[in-house]
Design a protein around this ligand. Structure first.
Ligand code: S3P
Length: 176
């Protein structure tokens, strides 16, 4: 695919965005990046530490800056966002400006929560089950704005999902 755009992967915490982005990058033989990792490099501290020490607003500022840089430099073809990035209008505007193809990994809340509760990764914005569920419901309205909706179940493997997405990308972009 010669004219493949930048691909932005979004979805709630625990949806499997980074794993899926890595599988997609293997299938498309291109580079991927995880925006939270770029923020951590840029701010010289981990994302949970940044949120806890400086607050969510400061983290969001760093997130938008990192997004702007990776989109402008085209550092990688595939970008896995953190769960909240797409919910900000200014970030959606940046992504639209760069004509990215946006993919929503839609995992059920129970699956996300199971991963959030069991993974080592710290997520300061997933405080408890009830507030996290409310956040999940609220964010779905934004995630629905993505160009491609990919339902995920507990049994879907990242590689299988990547296969399906590559097929859809081929249909959409091959002849351009
Ligand atoms: C956040 C999700 C996290 C990270 C930060 C905020 C969110 O990324 O960006 O803790 O607001 O949903 P993951 O979705 O990769 O966990």
């Amino acid at each position: 695919m010669k004219h493949l755009p930048l691909i932005v992967i979004m979805g709630f915490m625990g949806a499997g965005k980074s794993t899926f982005a890595r599988a997609l990058a293997r299938r498309l033989d291109c580079q991927m990046l995880d925006l939270d990792e770029i923020i951590a490099e840029q701010e010289k501290r981990s994302v949970p530490e940044l949120i806890e020490r400086e607050g969510e607003e400061q983290f969001r500022r760093a997130e938008t800056l990192a997004l702007q840089i990776v989109l402008e430099r085209k550092t990688a073809r595939i970008i896995a966002l953190g769960g909240g990035a797409w919910t900000l209008e200014r970030n959606r505007a940046l992504i639209a400006k760069h004509e990215c193809y946006t993919v929503w990994l839609d995992a059920p809340f129970e699956l996300c929560w199971k991963r959030i509760a069991s993974e080592q990764q710290l997520r300061p914005l997933a405080i408890d089950r009830k507030t996290t569920h409310a956040l999940y419901d609220e964010r779905r309205q934004c995630y629905k704005l993505a160009m491609l909706h990919v339902p995920v179940t507990e049994n879907s493997s990242a590689d299988e999902l990547a296969f399906v997405i590559v097929k859809s990308l081929r249909q959409r972009f091959a002849k351009r």
